[in-house]
Design a protein around this ligand. Structure first.
Ligand SMILES: [Zn+2]
Length: 98
């Protein structure tokens, strides 16, 4: 793969829309879960086949919500119950959220 060129469409990454198109068909789910000591976490699933995207998205969500979290193995876990804000942020980015 040539750096800066999309492997899917062959266009320069700056004008490639493959990632954006992929988002529309990516179905994400946002749920609350409780972890150790009964602490609430917000879990985003649906990117298990795209762990790189999950990591990138986890960073963006952590920044947007000013909270901690991780995006490992395609599952994003954010500290605290941020379901409403996470759904809104994901929809703004063009993801399908159920
Ligand atoms: Zn592309």
């Amino acid at each position: 793969m040539i750096a800066g060129i999309c492997a899917t469409c062959g266009l320069p990454k700056e004008i490639c829309v493959c990632e954006d198109l992929g988002r529309e068909t990516t179905q994400l789910s946002v749920e609350m879960d409780t972890r150790r000591y009964g602490k609430a976490v917000t879990v985003v699933r649906g990117l298990e086949s795209k762990p790189d995207e999950a990591e990138k998205l986890a960073r963006e969500l952590k920044k947007g919500l000013a909270t901690g979290g991780s995006g490992k193995q395609g599952v994003i876990v954010l500290q605290g119950d941020h379901r409403k804000d996470v759904v809104r942020l994901l929809q703004q980015k063009g993801y399908n959220v159920r």
